[in-house]
Design a protein around this ligand. Structure first.
Ligand SMILES: Nc1nc(=O)c2c([nH]1)NC[C@@H]1CN(c3ccc(C(=O)N[C@@H](CCC(=O)O)C(=O)O)cc3)C=[N+]21
Length: 299
């Protein structure tokens, strides 16, 4: 192995420490405590685990955590009413509605009902538009976390060739936009891209967010590339095991022979996502209260 393994877990812990210091300062100087509301519809076990660890980390940094669990047969109107209630609640500075929502709900409508100032996921159409036009916005947590890791590793990103694999509204598109804002030369590839390997061969930066286990192989990469693996895929359990292994969209074994630096799964981008959610909540609370925004927690 030649690549440096980027320790997202440690980096995220460091971000959470900064967030905690900021929260303490806000309580002391302005008497405000940032609050994050998380809404979970249905009983998906993986989502429950994720929501629980968000709640724990929210409290650990000294913020208030509000958890709302709704049955998966709740009507869309009931969910919209809850979002409106949270919009109007002065103790709530950030609102996250866990996705995916049950099939009978219109996710776009639900997301766009969140007050954009409280949209700590950065999924509201107003935040997407603001990010695209370079106006102050809430930035989606996973791409923000990836950007922090890239800046830490590479410093100034201007002029670098960046290839994003995946075109989702949640990761691929905002990631490409952030890299463009850093003045990278950005290519967005996806499942219909004709010659992915030809693109990757040029890439100084690779952000893989396709959701296909171990798809990107080491010999597709430019030697020395910085590889950020957003994928979280669970493999089939091996015989006799209850749970399969967690792997990314990049074949770590072969990629770490070629890359200059690479994020592992788990322990890479995942923890950064939660840390950035907390950072966004602090940012939202500062903006709401006219307080100076802390350095290093936004894009
Ligand atoms: N509105 C909304 N916003 C989200 O940000 C959102 C969502 N819905 N729905 C679900 C996905 C998933 N997600 C993860 C975040 C962190 C880890 C994470 O910390 N993973 C650990 C390990 C997890 C494990 O061991 O199972 C790691 O990669 O090291 C995973 C998954 C945020 N999501």
């Amino acid at each position: 192995m030649s690549a440096d393994v980027i320790d997202g877990k440690a980096f995220a812990a460091n971000i959470r420490e900064k967030v905690a210091a900021e929260v303490a300062r806000m309580k002391e100087t302005a008497g405000v405590t940032p609050g994050l509301a998380v809404v979970l519809v249905g009983e998906d076990p993986a989502s429950q685990v994720y929501v629980r660890s968000k709640g724990r980390m929210t409290r650990e940094v000294g913020m208030e955590s509000f958890e709302h669990r709704l049955n998966d047969d709740v009507s869309e109107q009931e969910l919209l009413d809850l979002v409106e209630t949270l919009n109007a609640d002065p103790k709530v500075h950030g609102i996250l509605v866990q996705l995916p929502l049950p099939g009978h709900m219109d996710s776009e409508k639900v997301i766009n009902t969140i007050d954009p100032r409280k949209d700590v996921d950065g999924f509201h159409i107003q935040n997407a538009g603001r990010l695209m036009t370079g106006q102050k916005s809430m930035v989606p947590c996973t791409p923000l976390g990836c950007l922090m890791l890239l800046r830490d590793r590479l410093g100034d990103l201007a002029g670098l060739e960046a290839v994003v694999i995946g075109r989702s509204n949640i990761v691929g598109k905002p990631m490409a936009q952030l890299l463009l804002n850093e003045r990278c030369t950005v290519t967005i590839t996806h499942s219909k891209t004709k010659d992915l390997q030809a693109h990757l061969k040029r890439a100084d930066i690779v952000v893989a967010a396709v959701g296909r286990a171990e798809m990107v192989k080491g010999d597709w990469l430019k030697p020395g590339a910085c590889v950020i693996d957003v994928g979280i895929n669970r493999l089939e359990p091996e015989p006799g095991k209850e749970k399969g292994r967690l792997v990314g969209d990049v074949d770590f074994a072969s990629a770490s022979e070629v890359a200059g630096a690479i994020t592992p799964v788990p322990g890479g981008v995942g923890p950064m996502t939660i840390a950035c959610l907390l950072a966004n909540t602090v940012t939202a609370c500062c903006r709401e209260n006219g307080l100076a925004e802390p350095e290093g927690l936004t894009a």
